[in-house]
Write a protein of this length. Structure first.
Length: 350
């Protein structure tokens, strides 16, 4: 029988498993603490647990503990990891140092099937979903490596979080648990390309996290050209879902807008964008696109980005240009994994 991932279980799920095994109820918290507070990666470390129980767990379960396959550090302190999972698949995790704390950008899937034309993560499609414990392990691996606490999380690495809904939700509960590393929901941002049913479902969970929507264009024709997901969920479906999310949760959403020269950086786009989100009090993050191989897009120049930002601000929309941390280590998602895959491909031909 294939082993299952014990670190993917929420405290309640773990309690149910242990109860089934005939264990007293206090064991669940103890084992949860070992995995999610003391960051133990093997059962032998759990010295206060009965040997027999540990042997039983060992037989059927494993704790996600990815291996750091590659590590790149930029001058600004940004660290990017290529992590190898137990089944050999690789994902990327990035740590960014801000004055308010250390933020980890986590991947939620191996690959992605959303097909955004500017994104390296999706070029080879989706291999599989990550389990909750594997996503949590990205944070634990980074925390152990830098030797400092992680205070903030962004779900902006490889994958579409709402395309792996159940596991991502379990992850959010695990990571924000006071019995784990206890990272508050208010310090977590979840970024989506705009899966409308997922946004509706997430609203009902009423979590205090920040929803970030990858908008990238205020007109359907431009957006569909950049993001195939817009064919299924065009702006007239997406925007009401986002507004309704904001009303239900009382949390302001933010919008990501990656700027592509000659595609979505015109004055008309800025005006339409302002009109689309007026009155929401939402924040817009402008990011010059990070060009990836095989993509026809190039970045808007700095002057254009500033003009776009000023136009938005003049129209009453709060917009900032995202500081590009770690740009010399190609910190855009999916690039390191893609390099690794290409090297593997090339070595096969040698
Ligand atoms: N699937 C989610 C989260 C992962 S991508 C989403 O789509 O939101 C995180 C952000 O980076 C998204 O806004 C995405 O559109 C953007 N992005 C991806 N590739 C990029 C690139 N090459 N340059 C700039 N932004 C990029």
């Amino acid at each position: 029988m294939e082993k299952k991932c014990l670190s993917s279980l929420t405290l309640e799920q773990l309690a149910a498993v242990l109860k089934e095994m005939g264990q007293p109820s206090f064991r669940a918290k103890q084992i949860f603490h070992w995995i999610h507070q003391k960051l133990a990666t093997d059962f032998a470390a759990m010295t206060d647990q009965p040997k027999k129980l540990l042997a039983q767990l060992e037989e059927n379960w494993y704790i996600a503990a990815p291996v750091i396959e590659r590590r790149q550090q930029a001058k600004d302190g940004t660290v990017k990891y290529l992590l190898r999972m137990a089944d050999g698949n690789c994902i990327e995790t990035v740590v960014m140092r801000y004055n308010y704390g250390n933020t980890v950008c986590v991947s939620t899937q191996v690959g992605c099937r959303m097909g955004c034309r500017f994104c390296a993560s999706t070029q080879a499609g989706r291999v599989r979903n990550l389990e909750a414990g594997e996503i949590a392990a990205e944070i634990y691996t980074a925390q152990r490596d830098i030797g400092e606490r992680i205070s903030h999380i962004v779900l902006m690495g490889i994958g579409e979080p709402l395309d792996n809904y159940e596991n991502v939700l379990d992850f959010l509960h695990i990571i924000s648990s006071p019995d784990g590393v206890n990272i508050g929901m208010r310090n977590i941002s979840l970024s989506t390309c705009g899966l409308v049913p997922g946004i509706g479902r997430l609203a009902q969970e009423n979590l205090q996290l920040t929803l970030s929507v990858s908008l990238h264009a205020p007109f359907n024709d431009i957006r569909s050209g950049m993001m195939p997901v817009n064919n299924a969920y065009p702006l007239e479906k997406l925007m009401p879902a986002v507004r309704s999310y904001q009303e239900t949760t009382g949390r302001r959403v933010s919008f990501e807008y990656s700027m592509v020269r000659g595609v979505n950086d015109s004055d008309a786009c800025a005006r339409k964008l302002a009109q689309l989100i007026r009155g929401m009090g939402a924040h817009v993050n402008l990011i010059p696109i990070n060009p990836v191989d095989g993509s026809p897009y190039s970045a808007s120049d700095a002057e254009n980005v500033r003009r776009f930002q000023k136009l938005l601000t003049d129209l009453g929309v709060n917009a900032t240009v995202r500081r590009r941390l770690g740009s010399e280590i190609s910190a855009a998602c999916g690039q390191l994994r893609r390099e690794e895959m290409q090297e593997k491909e090339n070595s096969k031909c040698d």
